[in-house]
Design a protein around this ligand. Structure first.
Ligand SMILES: Nc1ncnc2c1ncn2[C@@H]1O[C@H](COP(=O)(O)OP(=O)(O)OP(=O)(O)O)[C@@H](O)[C@H]1O
Ligand SMILES: [Mg+2]
Length: 372
């Protein structure tokens, strides 16, 4: 392929990416998804026509574009139904950008390991819905809140979505860092809208990521938004049990020690749950989940790979599987005789992969988990 042709691929990728990013901003999820996928495809072709560092960079870019497409919310609605285009929040569409509603179709089975965590969540958040008679008999209230904490990439967001998937609830995800700017002056209003909208659904899960930034222990003096948002969030949480439509609130954080302890009182996010990196068995399952359809050579031993990936996060494991698939895919494109994935492919990818969580951070989480 000529330099010119590669240049055209790159330009096309860039154009698709821009369109997709703008569409995402405007809440046009389908346009955004198609755009990111088209961008990824062009970038992948450009990568295949490149060598060395450039090839790596372009493959990485293609992966990022795929990830952007995957990260887009899936349409709300039971399977088969057409999705609602957006969430009406008052007269103008404030949903674009900060408030995303979806109906996740993943289950606990899609989350590897963490069996004790799943059981804790079942008891606190799920059984009251699946066994309403018993719950009433013993005075157990459905709904409530938990805080998932742990290092990045261990499956906190995945777990929250799986909870919603298990009970077929509407899932509202908000990320304070993305929305703070839009909240200035409107924070209370928006927060109230969020809880109101969630309460209007038969069953809802509200997921607040980066909880430490919404309810920080030490509030920076000039952050008046924080000074107003925290008390209101607390009031909304206190209102939980008075609602006719039960609401689950799941918070997540990488910095549990930085959270305002008022948010952790009974009736609020009163269960703190540590989500550690996957153990040996869970690492193996994550590999399996991420290699499902891929052809594996006889010499591939997932046991050995699980042995060699101590301290890898779940995201690290998923990324190893993805990179191995891409490696063999790109070799297959250039050869007349496509090969299955071999152990040598894993070795090559593992040789250039390190666990993303520093050991000292891991110790910090373990100490915190023991103390709380
Ligand atoms: N226990 C797990 N089982 C299956 N897949 C996992 C697990 N943990 C992580 N993964 C994989 O890693 C990806 C990232 O996980 P997720 O976004 O849930 O991490 P997180 O804990 O929310 O990270 P962060 O703290 O950075 O938000 C998931 O989409 C999934 O592919
Ligand atoms: Mg997350």
């Amino acid at each position: 392929m000529s330099q010119d042709q590669v240049g055209r691929l790159l330009a096309a990728a860039e154009a698709h990416f821009q369109t997709a990013a703008a569409a995402r901003q405007n809440g046009q999820v389908d346009v955004a998804r198609r755009g990111f996928l088209a961008a990824a495809e062009q970038m992948m072709l450009a990568a295949q026509a490149s060598t060395g560092r450039l090839r790596q960079t372009r493959l990485q870019l293609a992966q990022d574009m795929l990830a952007a497409a995957e990260a887009l919310p899936r349409p709300v609605g039971t399977p088969g139904q057409t999705a609602r285009p957006s969430i009406p929040l008052g007269e103008e569409d404030k949903s674009a950008g900060w408030l995303v509603q979806e109906r996740p179709n993943i289950r606990f089975a899609d989350v590897a390991g963490l069996e004790d965590v799943k059981e804790q969540i079942r008891i606190k958040l799920l059984y009251p819905f699946t066994h309403p008679d018993l719950a009433e008999k013993y005075g157990v209230q459905p709904g409530g809140g938990i805080l998932l904490y742990g290092p990045p990439g261990t499956g906190k967001t995945l777990m929250a979505r799986a909870v919603a998937g298990e009970i077929e609830a509407a899932f509202f995800a908000i990320k304070p860092s993305e929305i703070m700017s839009q909240w200035v002056g409107k924070a209370e209003e928006n927060l109230a809208e969020l809880f109101k909208l969630a309460a209007s659904q038969p069953l809802s899960v509200i997921f607040i990521d980066e909880m430490e930034s919404l309810a920080p222990r030490r509030r920076s003096s000039n952050s008046t938004v924080m000074q107003r948002v925290v008390p209101q969030l607390l009031a909304e949480l206190d209102g939980f049990h008075k609602r006719s439509n039960p609401l689950l609130l799941i918070g997540a954080t990488n910095e549990p020690w930085a959270i305002d302890s008022a948010i952790l009182r009974p009736g609020r996010l009163d269960r703190l749950i540590y989500i550690p990196p996957p153990d040996w068995a869970a690492r193996r399952v994550i590999l399996e989940l991420n290699l499902k359809a891929a052809p594996l050579a006889e010499d591939v031993s997932l046991d050995t790979i699980a042995d060699q990936t101590q301290n890898f996060s779940g995201a690290d494991m998923a990324s190893v599987a993805r990179r191995v698939r891409e490696r063999v895919f790109s070799a297959a494109i250039q050869s007349a005789d496509p090969q299955p994935i071999t152990m040598a492919d894993f070795d090559a990818v593992l040789a250039e992969t390190k666990p993303s969580i520093p050991v000292k951070d891991l110790r910090k989480f373990e100490q915190y988990a023991q103390a709380s």
